[in-house]
Design a protein around this ligand. Structure first.
Ligand code: SAH
Length: 288
């Protein structure tokens, strides 16, 4: 590729400026610490106002909260399940209200096999066929929160997901971005995702059947790229399709994997940090 940045391939040391990747701290996220349950309840109840004596739920620059149902016994179980799951994920440290709001509303039971629907709102990955899995909701939330670190409560403009799988994460992403593109290399899963998503009628989501390692140059650059399958390194094309100022998150590794967050800091500059351990199916070349 003629535009190949001179610091490719990109071992972490070459993009960090230091030899050791740094762990992200809460202050790197620049999101105000709030009681997690408060965050989700505020979202669920569409309440911007704080109760006397409690912390404000959001920083001033955050966008208005999405209109979500309040969890109640009268609601269908899936909605209650999704809200309860989002609360648990908030308790594990995810703070981005837009991400928590999306988790509390996307009907995950529509994305799992009917025999597993009892487990749809358990925070775990589940098989979706073809030796692939629907990601663990906590990991979905963590990855999306990480690429939204500079979003300031607003939606991202354009996001690329590699590895549509059953389509769940794509549906979550569609609530935090104006436009989402998602690529899947297994045709049967691409079709499955299309079916799963059809009933949700998400206007700002485009599914592509293809090799995500090549990205989608025709609609690049992206504000964020979320890679849902693990490789030993991020494919070069994806670095180049990230907008300057944008973030990409990818599980890196084989048996032992870690989430790597990369920011494109300039035309020919990228910086990466390692976040936390994770477990993903492998990123593979080509289509089947
Ligand atoms: N995003 C899913 C998780 C999908 S699992 C969710 O919502 O839970 C990872 C998916 O990545 C698998 O479906 C796998 O087939 C796909 N994948 C692996 N390598 C790929 C590649 N090069 N391009 C596109 N998809 C790929």
């Amino acid at each position: 590729m003629s535009e190949k940045p001179k610091n490719f391939p990109l071992p972490l040391s070459s993009v960090m400026g230091t030899s050791q990747p740094k762990r992200l701290t809460d202050s790197d996220y620049r999101l105000r610490e709030i009681a997690p349950q408060t965050a989700v309840r505020n979202i669920a109840q569409n309440r911007g106002a704080q109760k006397p004596g409690t912390e404000p739920a959001l920083r001033p620059k955050a966008t208005p909260l999405p209109q979500l149902p309040v969890a109640s016994k009268n609601q269908p179980a899936p909605i209650r399940g999704a809200i309860a799951m989002a609360e648990k994920i908030a308790a594990q440290g995810v703070k981005d209200p837009m991400v928590l709001g999306a988790l509390a509303t996307v009907p995950r039971h529509l994305f799992v096999e009917s025999g597993l629907s009892q487990q749809a709102y358990v925070d775990t990955s589940l098989p979706i066929g073809h030796q692939q899995t629907i990601s663990r909701p906590y990991t979905v939330a963590r990855m999306i929160e990480a690429v939204r670190v500079d979003a300031g409560g607003k939606k991202l403009a354009s996001v690329l997901e590699i590895g549509t799988g059953c389509g769940y994460q794509a549906a979550v992403l569609s609530q935090v971005a104006d436009m989402v593109y998602s690529i899947e290399r297994i045709r049967a899963l691409h079709e499955l995702a299309k079916n799963n998503l059809r009933q949700l009628r998400i206007p700002n989501l485009r599914l592509h059947y293809g090799d995500g390692m090549l990205g989608l140059p025709q609609v690049a650059p992206f504000d964020a790229i979320v890679i849902a399958a693990a490789g030993l390194e991020v494919p070069e094309a994806l670095f180049l399709q990230l907008a300057v100022g944008g973030y990409m998150i990818a599980p890196i590794g084989n048996e032992k994997q870690t989430l790597q967050l990369t920011k494109r800091t300039g035309e020919r500059q990228w910086q990466s940090v390692m976040l936390e351990d994770c477990h993903f199916v492998p990123l593979r070349q080509g289509i089947i």
